[in-house]
Design a protein around this ligand. Structure first.
Ligand code: 8YV
Length: 314
C-alpha cells in the first residue's frame, strides 16, 4: 500500500475511499509531529491537503520520497507550491467543479447586501415589522460590478450578473484578450467606477492586503464589497474601520483573515452578510471535489498524467 500524509481535514466519504486503497497517516493536528515523521516520513509518497491547510517548504523537503500533493480545493495558497515544484513534486487542485457554486454564493451576496436581505429577516424575526416598515434597499439593475480577478469564478459571476442587468468591468494582472467587459489597469481605478466590488482573485502573499483603505475609499459610501476568495486579500482592519465609519455601504464576506475567528465588530453590523466559508459547501460539489482528488492520485500512481495540476510556479 502507498502511504499518504493527511495534513487537512477531509470529508469522511473521501477519507474512507482513500483508506480502502492507501495507508493514510493523520497529520491534521499531530501531537508529536517529529515522532510521526521519523516513523513514516520516508514512506510518504503523497500529501492530502486543503484550501486552508497545506504543507510548507519544511514538510515538503523533509519527505524525501514525496511525489504528489493533492489539494481538496481550487485555491492552493496554503501549500508551498514553489517549494514543491522546485523538488519536482506535482501539486493538484480542484478547479471547474466548484465554479458554479462559488459564483452562486457571490451573486447571492450581491443581492443580499444591496437588497438588505439579512437585515430584513432580522427585522421581521425581532418583531420590528409590527411597529413599522423596513428601510429601502438598492436596485442592482444598471449598477456597475467591478470584478477583481476575472478567472473561472469571476467569469461565472459575470455571466450571472449580466442576467440581472449589472454592468461588468474588471481588473486582472493577466491580459485576458478579447472580452466584452472593460478592463481597468489598477484596482483603485476599478473601485472608483464600481458600485459593487467583488474579490475573486487568488490568495497568497502577492495579493495580501491589496484591497486596502485607498481601494475602499475609491469604492465609496454607496459601494458594497464582496469576498468569496481568501480573507487576507482584504486589509481586514481597514475594512472594519471603513464599515464602522460608513465609508463603504456594506459587505458580503464568506472568508476572513484568521478564520474561523471573525472580528467582533462585524458580528453586530446590520449591513454585513457573513457566512462561514461555505462557497463550495454543497453535497454535489464536495463530492465532485473529492472525486477529483481521488482521480488525480489514481492517475499519478498508475503512471498517468494527473487531471488537474496546479500551473508551474517558480
Ligand atoms: C474549501 C476553498 O472550503 O476550494 C477552495 O479553495 O477554499 C474551499 O472550496 C476548502 O478548500 C476546503 O479545504
Amino acid at each position: 500500500m502507498i502511504d499518504l500524509l493527511q495534513v487537512s481535514p477531509l470529508p469522511p466519504f473521501l477519507l474512507e475511499r482513500l483508506q480502502a486503497e492507501y495507508r493514510v497517516h493523520d497529520f491534521v493536528d499531530p501531537k508529536d509531529a517529529d515522532k510521526l515523521l521519523d516513523e513514516v516520513g520516508s514512506r510518504i509518497r503523497g500529501i492530502l491537503a486543503g484550501g486552508m491547510k497545506g504543507p510548507n517548504a519544511n514538510l515538503i523537503n523533509r519527505l524525501e520520497n514525496l511525489e504528489i500533493i493533492a489539494s481538496f480545493s481550487v485555491g492552493y495558497d496554503a501549500t508551498d507550491v514553489v517549494a514543491a515544484h522546485a523538488r519536482g513534486v506535482i501539486v493538484t487542485h480542484t478547479p471547474e467543479v466548484l465554479t458554479g457554486d462559488v459564483a452562486d454564493l457571490a451573486m447571492t451576496f450581491i443581492l443580499m447586501t444591496s437588497r438588505r436581505i439579512g437585515e430584513s429577516e432580522r427585522f421581521l424575526r425581532s418583531g420590528k415589522w409590527l411597529k413599522g416598515r423596513m428601510d429601502l434597499g438598492t436596485t442592482i439593475k444598471g449598477k456597475r460590478l467591478g470584478i477583481l480577478g476575472l478567472g473561472r469564478i469571476g467569469k461565472a459571476v459575470a455571466r450571472r450578473a449580466e442576467a440581472f442587468g449589472l454592468q461588468i468591468q474588471y481588473h486582472d494582472i493577466k491580459p485576458l484578450g478579447d472580452l466584452p467587459y472593460r478592463s481597468y489597469p489598477t484596482l483603485v481605478e476599478l473601485a472608483e467606477v464600481s458600485d459593487i466590488l467583488l474579490v475573486t482573485c487568488e490568495g497568497g502573499e502577492a495579493n495580501r492586503g491589496i484591497v486596502n483603505a485607498e481601494v475602499l475609499d475609491a469604492l465609496g459610501p454607496n459601494g458594497f464589497l464582496i469576498n468569496t476568495a481568501r480573507g487576507p486579500i482584504i486589509d481586514q482592519p481597514a475594512l472594519v474601520k471603513a464599515l464602522v465609519e460608513g465609508r463603504i455601504a456594506g459587505a458580503g464576506l464568506d472568508v476572513f483573515d484568521g478564520e474561523p475567528e471573525v472580528p467582533a465588530e462585524l458580528l453586530t453590523m446590520e449591513n454585513v452578510v457573513l457566512t462561514p466559508h461555505i462557497a463550495s459547501s454543497t453535497h454535489e460539489t464536495r463530492r465532485a471535489m473529492g472525486d477529483l482528488v481521488y482521480d488525480n492520485l489514481k492517475a499519478h500512481f498508475s503512471g498517468k498524467p494527473v487531471l488537474t495540476p496546479v500551473p508551474k510556479q517558480v
